[in-house]
Design a protein around this ligand. Sequence first.
Ligand SMILES: [Zn+2]
Length: 81
Amino acid sequence: MTDKITDPHVERRMRRFLQPDGRCYYCERPADHLHPVGPLVVTVKEPNDEELHHEFCCWECLGHWAAVQAGWDNYPLPLDT
Ligand SMILES: [Zn+2]
């Protein structure tokens, strides 16, 4: 039996993990809302050569995401600027 993802937030995050959709991977705001800063695109190359691309709206969101990936505790979302 397969558990269906029922939380729309988690479902959106999972979809965005596999395929960027124009929204920030961290805060979910449009990735270009701070143009010309964003979107900032990070490419993660997996050991099997598969590439994942994540879009961020600003350096702050990218930094928060990178800190969590590096093992730091999750940080609150950045304040609106
Ligand atoms: Zn963001």
